[in-house]
Design a protein around this ligand. Sequence first.
Ligand SMILES: [Zn+2]
Length: 375
Amino acid sequence: MNRSFRLATLFNIPVEINYSWFIILGLVIFTLARGYFPLTNPELPEAAHWLLAAAAALLLFASLLAHEFSHALVAVRHDLPIHGITLFVFGGVAHMEKEPSAPGIEFKMAAAGPAMSFLLACLFFALTQISYGLGLPNALLSLLNYLFLINLAVGLFNLIPGYPLDGGRLLRAALWHFLKNLKRATRIASFFGKAFAFALIAYGLLHLLAGSLVAGLWFIFIGLFLQEAAGTSYQQIVLRRALSGVPVGKVMTRSVVTVPAGLTLDRLVDDYFFRFRYTSFPVVEDDALRGLVTLHAVKQVEKKDWPRLTAGEIMLPLDEKLTIGADHDVIDALARMGAAGMSRLLVTDGGKLAGILTQRDITRLFELKSKIDEE
Ligand SMILES: [Zn+2]
């Protein structure tokens, strides 16, 4: 699910687009150019239908962005930092660092998106009426009318009470409020999300059997997406609950095997990689941390060059992606590992190596904690 690229930064929030969105974009343009516009504007040539379809798809895209931003801006106002927004299939996901601290905040955040979609629907409805009154071209009317309908549909679709859709979040907030248990509320809301996803897939299959390919694919695609999202969101919340507030320094391994920067690669392989069987080692020089040498980097060098090159020459230099302060949250460490594609981080304390944190350290802690927390 990480296949996204950065589009722009708005209100200090990076906007990313998941590649899955292009499949949807293609489907939207195709459906509009071959279905909707030929029906509403049969007098226009085919090229005009494709142009109108592209314009409609772009405006739909802007509408979805407005929907996501209204979630994000409510979150930011409640001190919930947003890392970025990723646009997926039917909307997007705002990446929050923390979960909302109270059901009321979650409720407001979840409601903001559909509220924006309904507002846009009203706006496009009004514009359609005005254009009609002014006698503007038919093509414009069809375009505005489509945007009215699609924003209405996006608002309604997102209100379906299956987590992680907005409606599911509203449900979760309500359950959280009454049950006073976020984990259980999430579990129930995710169950509804999965049930709804299966219903969509089944409905899509029925369409396929009945011979309508595009509609069938639509429903199946959205269903599959929702099903995965419902599962991962639940795991995320459990993980977050268990690990938030735990500092890195408490979990890290303190006794770290380090490698001197001047060590040649043949010795590095024999004396370190084979002996300790780790996939990377911190590199030190005169007591100071310099970088990280990985097995992957060693493998990039031809064997005959091993006696000539040193660990210091092929190491990854120290940067933010490789290190984390001992006082940081384990959750932050996990996010950093994910972003950098690393399974271990060097823990620093005042510029010096204090320890090393591996994904396995975190998994172990998580397993222990979830055993203790079990309801
Ligand atoms: Zn939403």
